[in-house]
Design a protein around this ligand. Structure first.
Ligand SMILES: [Zn+2]
Length: 226
């Protein structure tokens, strides 16, 4: 027995060291964003309200009113790559003719947050979150989650579903719900498309900017963006 104990005692540290190395490598592999060789432009993230302060913010991930029920952003701020931000401002000004303005829920999202969403979800919910090994268009600063506010009332409009509602009502083609809500959803989509955005097939609130492939998947904290 004593011989076996001594053998175990000698062997254990080697096993522990090996296990720790494997774990460290695994964690290192998961802690960095994937590199897309086709993304040739440098990040040039712009804070949306600096371009037009009449864009309203309701950054759900900075508070508790989100699908995780806890804050994941330290600051309620929204950024996009400069051309996408300028196109968004143009859409916002177009909507003014209809009595609406843009209300932003999310823009650029650091890659670590996308990984957190993936780790915190399972099953059907994963249809609505991005795989961190692929990254998200939010991580490229070229996707924005938004709705509209009524300029006369100063309140968010009713849409066919709530933000981040993981049901069929979230689909841009969903045919149910109040007709006025569908009409507003479709107006938002038309105006955004006019300015170079396309809607996500299962989320009426999520729009991708046309040049998203040119920008890298990054993990820059909000506090590091000037
Ligand atoms: Zn989104």
């Amino acid at each position: 027995m004593r011989v076996m104990d001594r053998l175990r005692a000698r062997r254990a540290p080697a096993v522990v060291v090996l296990w720790c190395s494997v774990l460290a490598l695994t964690l290192a592999a998961q802690s960095r964003p994937p590199v897309d060789p086709k993304a040739t432009r440098d990040a040039d993230l712009v804070e949306l309200v600096t371009l037009d302060p009449s864009i309203e913010l309701d950054i759900r991930y900075a508070g508790t009113n989100n699908f995780l029920g806890k804050p994941v952003y330290p600051e309620a701020r929204a950024f996009l790559q400069r051309p996408a931000a300028e196109a968004l401002v143009a859409a916002h000004r177009d909507l003014a003719r209809h009595g609406y303005g843009l209300l932003i829920h999310d823009g650029y999202r650091p890659w670590a947050i996308t990984k957190l969403f993936w780790d915190m979800t399972s099953g059907y919910q994963r249809e609505f979150v991005a795989d961190p090994s692929q990254g998200s268009k939010h991580n490229r600063g070229c996707a924005v989650d938004l709705t509209m506010y009524d300029r006369a009332l100063g309140t968010a409009v009713e849409m066919p579903s709530g933000y981040d509602e993981m049901t069929r009502r979230a689909y841009p083609e969903y045919p149910g719900g109040p007709p006025e809500a569908r009409a507003r959803r479709d107006l938002l989509r038309r105006v955004m498309e006019r300015h170079g955005f396309t809607v996500e097939p299962n989320e009426w609130w999520h729009f991708n900017y046309k040049d998203w492939e040119q920008y890298p998947i990054v993990d820059i904290p909000f506090s590091a963006i000037r």
